[in-house]
Write a protein that binds this ligand. Sequence first.
Ligand SMILES: Cc1cc2nc3c(=O)[nH]c(=O)nc-3n(C[C@H](O)[C@H](O)[C@H](O)COP(=O)(O)OP(=O)(O)OC[C@H]3O[C@@H](n4cnc5c(N)ncnc54)[C@H](O)[C@@H]3O)c2cc1C
Length: 317
Amino acid sequence: MEKRKLIIVGSGPAAYTAAIYAARANLNPLVYEGFFSGTAGGQLMTTTDVENYPGFPEGIMGPDLMIRFRAQAVRFHTTVLTEDVTAVDLSSHPFKVTANKTSAEADALIIATGATAKRLDIEGAGDGEFWQKGVSACAVCDGAAPLFRNKPLFVIGGGDSACEEAIFLTKFGSKVFLVHRRDKLRASKIMAERAMNHPKVEILWDSVVTKVEGSDVVGSVTIQNVHTKSEEKREAGGLFFATGFIPNVGFLNGQLELESNNYIKVTPGTTNTSVEGVFAAGDVQDHEWRQAVTAAGSGCMAALSAERWLSAQGLIE
Ligand SMILES: Cc1cc2nc3c(=O)[nH]c(=O)nc-3n(C[C@H](O)[C@H](O)[C@H](O)COP(=O)(O)OP(=O)(O)OC[C@H]3O[C@@H](n4cnc5c(N)ncnc54)[C@H](O)[C@@H]3O)c2cc1C
């Protein structure tokens, strides 16, 4: 079985940044970039313009940015395998990693498998319909686009993120409607009050979105009352899902300590997990910031931490 000093699982900004740092430090990293488990290249492969990643003043398309991340990792001789890691064994050292076709051992491991935005199955909101044409899963990323300016915007959700995203969108939309299927928000008291008291936010209680329509981009949404089933079509410039993310941790099979929301638990301010020699970077351990630049930053931290740990164990010179 092949043995590496460092294996990185994942392929978003966190994984490739970790690979760039590790490869330049001669750790000869192996990256499992995934195949079926999300799009190789990560969440940015599913979006168009990225306007807030530093270094690209004109903006850059998400897939183009990720092609550059990958190319930079490969330039320094990172090995990339287009396979999903299906299991790991962290009970003994070196750690064992099993993927679709290959398996390998590693002295240190970086988990950077990201998170998957929950998308609701609403007529008109899918791929090839209005997804990315006014339907988004990231208000912070997409909200400033001209498409949404001075239009009524709709956010689906009832937690802290939904309230935060609704308030954020008031900077751009003419009005923001928070569509919540219950009669009470799940958000913390302070966030709920902020949303409810905001002059540009209106909460549509006991409601769901059943349809998205438009021409080139979103033009209207249909709102249904969950009790009466009555429906109303409303003008809309955008629809944002704020219904949460699922961190991609299934293959760990409970071997790393997780937060109550299933994100990997790290020691605050570090990428150290509950198992020595295993580090976590990017959205798989971050339910708060969830941005490409923060994922890349923590990928850098994980690679430097792995290098220091390997050195402290006498596993590298
Ligand atoms: C629609 C959308 C638009 C966005 N726009 C922006 C933006 O404009 N600016 C910004 O800063 N952020 C944006 N974000 C957020 C940003 O994409 C994420 O914060 C960032 O991609 C997280 O990076 P990551 O490295 O943690 O992993 P991810 O990007 O989540 O990628 C992880 C990848 O790892 C791979 N993987 C998963 N499981 C396995 C496995 N078992 N084995 C092998 N590989 C695996 C998969 O291919 C997965 O896609 C957007 C997100 C979305 C959904």
